[in-house]
Write a protein that binds this ligand. Structure first.
Ligand code: COA
Length: 179
C-alpha cells in the first residue's frame, strides 16, 4: 500500500478507489446528469462505465505516486460524497478535478478536498497543478480561486464537454496553481 492511498482532512476521508466501489459511485454521482453536466467524462448510463473507470484508476495508481480518490464524510455513516484526484501528465505536471453528489454541494467540501489535492501534489513533487473549468461554471471557478489557482489568461483551449448539448467546443478556462 502506498502512503498516499489514504488522506484525512478535518471533515473528509479520501482513499484510493477499489473494484467493489462501482455500485456506490454509479448511484451517488456518476449517473446523475445534473452532477456530470460540466464534467470532462460522459454521464454513466451503465455500471460497466464505472467499472471501466475503476480499472483505469487502478492502472494509473500502479504507474504514479498517487491517482484518483473517493471522498467520504468522516465519522458515523461514512457517506460517499464524491471523487477527486491528481492525474499525472509528467512527474512535475498534474491535472486535478472534483465531483460531488448533489446532497453534498454548498458545504465547503470541494474546497476542503481541493486543498488536500494541492498538498498531496506538492508532497509528490508536482510543480504545476492544472484544472479545466467550463466558462459558465461559477461555483467550480470559485472553488479553484479559493484554493489559490489563477486563471491562465493566455489559454482558452477549445474543449468538448461531452454532456452539453448541442455538441460543440467551448473555450474552457484553464486554472493553474504553481507549487
Ligand atoms: C462545483 C462543485 C464541485 C462545488 O462544490 P461545493 O462543495 O459546493 O463547493 P464549496 O462549498 O467548497 O464552494 C463553492 C463556492 O462557490 C460559490 N458559489 C456557488 N454558486 C455560485 C454561483 N452561481 N456563482 C458564484 N459563486 C457561487 C459558493 O458561495 C462557494 O464560495 P464561498 O465559500 O466563497 O461562499 C459541486 O457543485 C459539484 O460537484 N458539481 C458537479 C461536478 C462539477 O461540476 N465539478 C467541477 C467540474 S470543473
Amino acid at each position: 500500500m502506498k502512503p498516499t492511498e489514504r488522506i484525512e482532512t478535518e471533515r473528509l476521508l479520501l482513499r484510493k478507489p477499489q473494484a467493489d466501489d462501482a455500485d456506490e459511485i454509479f448511484r451517488r454521482y456518476a449517473s446523475d446528469p445534473e452532477v456530470t453536466r460540466y464534467l470532462s467524462w460522459p454521464t454513466h448510463r451503465r455500471l460497466e462505465q464505472t467499472q471501466a473507470f475503476l480499472q483505469w484508476s487502478e492502472e494509473d495508481w500502479e504507474r504514479w505516486p498517487a491517482g484518483s480518490y473517493l471522498i467520504f464524510e468522516r465519522g458515523a455513516g461514512h457517506r460517499l460524497l464524491g471523487g477527486t484526484g491528481i492525474a499525472f501528465q509528467t512527474p512535475a505536471l498534474a491535472v486535478t478535478g472534483y465531483v460531488f453528489a448533489r446532497d453534498a454541494w454548498g458545504q465547503g467540501f470541494a474546497t476542503e478536498a481541493l486543498e488536500a489535492m494541492v498538498k498531496l501534489a506538492r508532497s509528490c513533487g508536482v510543480k504545476r497543478l492544472v484544472a479545466v473549468c467550463h466558462p459558465d461554471h461559477r461555483p467550480s471557478a470559485r472553488v479553484l480561486e479559493k484554493c489559490g489557482f489563477l486563471l491562465d489568461p493566455d489559454r482558452r483551449d477549445p474543449f468538448e464537454f461531452p454532456n452539453l448539448k448541442p455538441k460543440k467546443r467551448w473555450n474552457a478556462l484553464t486554472y493553474v496553481r504553481n507549487l
